[in-house]
Design a protein. Sequence first.
Lengths: 532, 532
Amino acid sequence: MLAHDATAPTVFGKRRNRYFIGSMTVTITGELFIGGTRVRGTGGTLQARNASTGDILPGEFSAASISELELAVKHADEAFYAFREIDLQRRAHLLDAIAENILELGDELVTRCMAETGLPQGRIEGERGRTVAQLRMFADVVRQKSFLNVRVETAQPDRKPSPRPDLRLRNVPLGPVAVFGASNFPLAFSVAGGDTASALAAGCPVIVKAHSAHLGTSELVGQAVQKAITELGLPLGLFALLSGSGQVVGEALVAHEKVRAVGFTGSRRGGTALMKIAAAKRQPSPVFAEMSSINPVLLFPRALETNGEAIGGAFANALTLGCGQFCTNPGLVIAIEGAALERFIASAAASIEQFPPTPMLTSSILESYREGGEALASQKGVTRVTASCSVEAGRASAHLFRTTAKSFLANPALHAEVFGPTSLIVAAMDWSEVETVIASLEGQLTVALHIEGEDQELAAKMLPQLECLAGRILVNGFGTGVEVGAAMVHGGPYPATSDGRSTSVGSLAIERFLRPVCYQDLPAALLPPELR
Amino acid sequence: MLAHDATAPTVFGKRRNRYFIGSMTVTITGELFIGGTRVRGTGGTLQARNASTGDILPGEFSAASISELELAVKHADEAFYAFREIDLQRRAHLLDAIAENILELGDELVTRCMAETGLPQGRIEGERGRTVAQLRMFADVVRQKSFLNVRVETAQPDRKPSPRPDLRLRNVPLGPVAVFGASNFPLAFSVAGGDTASALAAGCPVIVKAHSAHLGTSELVGQAVQKAITELGLPLGLFALLSGSGQVVGEALVAHEKVRAVGFTGSRRGGTALMKIAAAKRQPSPVFAEMSSINPVLLFPRALETNGEAIGGAFANALTLGCGQFCTNPGLVIAIEGAALERFIASAAASIEQFPPTPMLTSSILESYREGGEALASQKGVTRVTASCSVEAGRASAHLFRTTAKSFLANPALHAEVFGPTSLIVAAMDWSEVETVIASLEGQLTVALHIEGEDQELAAKMLPQLECLAGRILVNGFGTGVEVGAAMVHGGPYPATSDGRSTSVGSLAIERFLRPVCYQDLPAALLPPELR
């Protein structure tokens, strides 16, 4: 059932008959994908582990050396020019074909992904559906062509005082894009996730730095991508998949002068490091990093009074969903102190304590979660609402802490994200203090308002401030469950993202990888087809 | 005829009947504009000089201290929230009213601007027309509302497996914007120029750092802006005008945490310094700097052969227009060596030698021009085509240098911009060497192709490479004379600009100052009017 020889490099285009993704078992070889070829990386070896048990999973993974990285970028740069000339229908086909090939990986992908991430089957299958839907959405975006932003102003030779030239504008792709697989979305924000789909849709080749926590998943999806490129006869350098450490392979990729943009979802430390590297290049390149957000939840007085217990239960569900490993996890709740808030807290705590200890995505995420919880617990003015340990026997428990607005305002440490199922409740003396807390926050992906009746008036007054705070404002819900569509913004002011003018989810994400070019007085034959 | 007392601060809103801009003489006081008030800066004094004679011009200009800068930003931040709530019709009125008030400044503005810049009357009047047209274009952009990028996806409560929420998106303004007056466009890229117009159109208050070379012009235009704000009853902090050095006032402005974006046209050194400052902020902010471009001109073989002399004459005109002080000045010509190129050179040189020595915008620009010319002349493999001095008796002469592709490729110093009427001709052995020269270039604002007949085929092959090189590609013309419209791109890869995904000229410039926000499940009453 082995589709190819694990010891020799395999050229997809030449040996495609040896590939069978559909119902066949696809074997994980641990090789890199470079320019349509599978090669064994010479930058060392890596192991994949079962996130729940810590056991080593099958696959001898190889890390890319700098020379392999150079080769991948060289192929991507060559493919960039070739890909630009290929019509948009074929570009759309590519995205659809990748989606199809991911589905054809079938259970093997789901099983491997579950093992590598500790996430349950339903979540992985749901995420696969989302990944496929994202690819198809971008195929539609490509077919609709509005991303090209075509603008035509024809010549006015008789205009006074001077004639107007013929001016036509369209968007063009930036060039090769480095995509970093995210730990928490092994499919939807990894090898063929939102960043890859939007970059390919824009016309940019993609070089993926595989996340070390799901190497096998990455390789399987890599095969789906490569197969689509090969079968459609597209430039083989369009896609590369490199494994290795973020500090070595990741940073070298971002630093490469021919890498023209970066898509990253991960830690604030990682994202800001990449921003610095990209800014220091001979030709600085944009970094679209989605990094850090505590996603404040505002409980307005009337909603808290009439509905606090129900909101508490819903909040606990949102907090523990996926073991709290979402960028939009509600890490902060702000409300006025009093009996109604206590009822909310009691209700939330009761639900949260029911949450069974659960494996996290990686042992280092679990360790950071433990440290984050302990750090929070040790801060002045912070008390625990729920039981005493964040981590027991290699699994994460959910936790709730509380503090006062005064303590929160005095201590920046309380503003930091604890990635996982932990949240901090901030009790203010009055609404004006709630507003002061809001004003003290850094940029966020989401802000959620719970309102009822007359709360609406208070909420209306705050909207301008909230628009400056976050990329998405939502009412009577929580930020988890990010819809993929034309009106979504998954972005927000720094440090939520590196560039608050962008989104990494939804069709608008394609704009990150485009720039406008104006064509003046070009003869029709020289104009790009869509400008003629 | 003095409209106000030069010694006491004047509050526009309170004493508006003392202002008469139309046919009245408006006196230059040297005060700053902060929050609707005129105040004398306490950061030192500045003088305005006649660019042609070096004589001191009337006006005792005051520089802003850091406390005055703080005050201006505080007012701008307050005005930001108020301005957002004001409907788009009034925002459009503001832009139209500024245009009207600039025209009403009449001859005094033209006379002062001519004195401060050394530019001739026709140029200043033309630039005034362009400035007014720009403001009116952005008024139209505001009225048309498409800059809001409204996207609505209504709820689908019955969708399986999960309901779709109601999602609505619009663009919102970033916040206070710092605008740097450009030396070479004292009206069109200064106090009420393209950056200011697009920022106000986006909904952002503007704090202008006046260019020290046209302080009186800046103050006059500042009065036109402030009068419009006052008369329309708009938030007085919407506009501030600060004088002072770039290193002190300019850098402090960019470093201010409440300044959310920067519009800058100037030197590469200045622009990259601002990029670094903005990137190091607690919340980094985008800098849109238009910096450095040599705007290569490619003479294709057939065009050169059949039309070289005429192109040479047209090139000389473009090079010397405005004494070469345009960002799109043709500073580099690339062609295959031979008799046809010699005819082009002879024709260009004959025209260029007719160009009379002309004052430049400032004495420091003149000095840089002299140094740049001398540096170029001293490089290995570079020879002068025209006479021997760039600068004589305080005026600039136009110059042409030549070199070989080999020398050009070997020496990065030959790639640097010499701001002024100087250009370098690079003679290649064959077309493949022309392409190598192109590949060696940094990002550009424009690239101009001169083609005829069969050249078109060769040009078509090069287009993908040229699209990666520049923001505007033009045929059988030169980049000078930047049309203001919907299809213009005045931008390009670094170092042409800090962000090649943007343009500073044309209606698309508004996008620099916007970011998207998504509203999820908001009751209609809470939604912004355009999303209901």
